[in-house]
Design a protein around this ligand. Sequence first.
Ligand SMILES: [Zn+2]
Length: 71
Amino acid sequence: MTSMECPHDLDAEYLYPSDADVLAIDESDGSIRITLALPCPDCGAGLSVDARVEDVEEGDFELPLDEERYD
Ligand SMILES: [Zn+2]
């Protein structure tokens, strides 16, 4: 086992939008796939997280997002 391995399950309770970065957005099997970079809350390992877009609606905000929204 190397130090890069992370055995932890992600828990949304400990994940914050300000910790996430978008690595990639691409299309796969007809749906949009977003790859996020997240730190494991338990060990800090960098995780590549695949997310499928299931729903899109207009948001009540202006882009780019103000960093203060994360506070
Ligand atoms: Zn971990």
